[in-house]
Design a protein around this ligand. Structure first.
Ligand code: ASC
Length: 157
């Protein structure tokens, strides 16, 4: 009797699971490539958000605040190494990306530039902990230069 009473519930759960999965496909869940692009943009957005106050301090638009600078620098250093995996093979043909085709054909150079960002943002986070305004601002400019170097070559705009 137990088995008989269990079977309908197992069946119901199975049907529900299949329907849910079917609905997800029918509604067009993002592909692996689309997910990678979404993730990429989110990480860049988070980096830009944290770049903001450092940029303002480096330009003298707001006063240098060592603690604030250290917080932002640490976040950027943590985020930068997350970017590389978002340039997955599946994401190459996804629409909505500003990546130029050259990014995919000159991948070694792109990866080297990405590595420059990772290394300089790590150096930035280290320098920021010292609380030295001049050195922190310079390390920020060095990091921002790695953004620009890559954008100039591989970002369409
Ligand atoms: C930023 C930002 C970038 C870089 C770049 C550096 O704050 O959003 O893309 O710095 O402008 O030159």
């Amino acid at each position: 009797m137990r088995l008989i009473s269990f079977r309908p519930s197992i069946l119901a759960v199975t049907i529900a699971a299949l329907l849910t999965a079917g609905t997800a496909v029918a509604q067009g869940q993002p592909s692996k490539g689309e997910q990678a692009l979404k993730y990429r943009k989110a990480v860049y957005q988070a980096i830009a958000w944290n770049f903001g106050p450092m940029s303002q301090m480096a330009q003298g638009k707001i006063p240098y605040d060592a603690k604030e600078f250290e917080l932002r620098a640490g976040r950027v250093a943590a985020l930068a190494p997350m970017l590389s995996e978002s340039y997955s093979a599946e994401s190459r043909t996804v629409t909505g990306s500003k990546a130029k085709p050259e990014l995919w054909t000159q991948r070694a150079d792109f990866d080297a530039k990405m590595n420059d960002l990772v290394e300089r943002s790590a150096a930035l986070a280290t320098v920021a902990k010292s609380g030295d305004a001049a050195k922190s601002k310079q390390a920020f400019l060095d990091t921002a230069a790695t953004c620009k170097a890559c954008h100039d070559k591989y970002k369409a705009d």
